[in-house]
Ligand binder design. Structure first.
Ligand code: KG4
Ligand code: ZN
Length: 331
């Protein structure tokens, strides 16, 4: 099948083409206009999607050498995300589907992330554990079969990527904060200050990042201006250590509890080199298989959406043209 995938749930306008059983193109326009605000501004995001959606889809078609008239199906993110942003991608997808009388399938963004390990290679085989970690989500999901998911842990407050972004702001680092903190932390001492790891008594697989973020703020307020400057890398390293160790500990707990042998990472925070190496060491020690996609498929993209769409469309599973965005729908 020749399938077009579209993703516009947050601040990336993305399109990808699936052709001859593989990914034929993957175009991502990251909206830089949010950077000066230190976070995504919803109104700016939807306006930018309107401006970018056709050029991005056109480039994806051109790179794959596919004409609109040759498309056989459309996959599009319809949940969760910013309402105005989802609406742009979904309406665009519906218009192409309606004009060509093509099957349309709506994809849940988190399910897309889970499929990102299966875009370039066969990837993990259910049952496996998926850890989706991004600016909007921190979620442990039991993938019983493709399309059959049980969320076994989620954040009670901030997402881990959001904590990276907020701590970066406190340290006067650029947005997005994850890569900036990771780089600075390489020169820092991760033992400089001990920070809370956010234990949740009622469900040990749930996450909490707001306490860690606040502890960093209180620490910065407790030291003087010159120490704040000289210890910046040490604060970044201490925060990163605490934030990532929680992900490692809870993943190991979930693998053990549910007797799983495969762990698949996805989402922007899965780009983090220290997290990957911590989990690689754990995989050798405990004997599970670790999967993570290349960085371009960790952050938001349409390749993962078109891959999930292929799974559904090949089975004849489609969505009605009346499909509407579901900004806060859980998996
Ligand atoms: O998946 P993504 O592109 O968008 C969302 O769906 O949120 O993830 C973006 C998030 C941002 O919070 C960013 O700071 C974080 O991923 N991130 C990282 C790294 N690269 C991106 N966090 C930690 N270390 C990184 N290297
Ligand atoms: Zn995402």
């Amino acid at each position: 099948m020749k399938i077009l995938g579209i993703e516009t749930s947050c601040d990336e306008t993305a399109a990808a083409i699936w052709l001859d059983q593989k990914l034929a193109s993957n175009v991502i326009a990251s909206q830089e206009e949010h950077n000066i605000f230190g976070g995504v501004v919803p109104e700016i995001a939807s306006r930018a999607h309107v401006r970018l959606i056709w050029p991005v889809v056109e480039q994806a078609l051109n790179e794959a050498n596919v004409a609109v008239s040759e498309l056989e199906g459309i996959a599009v993110t319809y949940a969760p995300g910013l309402a105005g942003s989802l609406l742009v991608g979904l309406n665009f997808a519906k218009a192409i589907a309606l004009a060509g009388n093509l099957p349309l399938v709506g994809i849940h963004h988190i399910e897309g992330h889970i499929f990102s390990n299966s875009v370039l290679h066969a990837g993990p085989e259910p049952p496996f554990l998926a850890l989706v970690i991004s600016g909007g989500h921190t979620q442990l999901t039991l993938v019983k079969a493709w399309g059959n998911y049980e969320v076994i842990g989620r954040t009670r407050d901030d997402a881990v990527g959001e904590a990276f972004d907020k701590v970066a702001k406190m340290l006067d680092l650029p947005y997005p904060g994850g890569p900036a903190i990771e780089n600075l932390a390489k020169k820092g001492d991760s033992q400089y200050v001990s920070l809370p790891k956010g234990k949740i008594k009622s469900n040990p697989l749930d996450f909490s990042y707001s306490g860690l973020k606040t502890a960093v703020l209180y620490h910065l307020q407790s030291i003087d201006q010159s120490e704040r400057l000289t210890r910046k890398a040490d604060v970044a390293a201490s925060f990163q250590e605490a934030a990532l160790q929680v992900l490692v500990d809870k993943s190991l707990l979930a693998l053990d509890k549910h007797k799983l042998q495969q762990l698949a990472l996805s989402g922007g925070v899965a780009c983090n080199g220290l997290l990957r190496s911590k989990l690689q060491q754990a995989s050798k020690k405990y004997g599970f298989e670790l999967f993570y996609p290349p960085s371009v498929l960790c952050t938001d993209n349409a390749a993962m959406i078109v891959r999930a769409g292929k799974f559904y469309l090949e089975q004849g599973v489609t969505s009605p043209y009346s499909l509407s965005p579901k900004p806060s729908m859980t998996l």
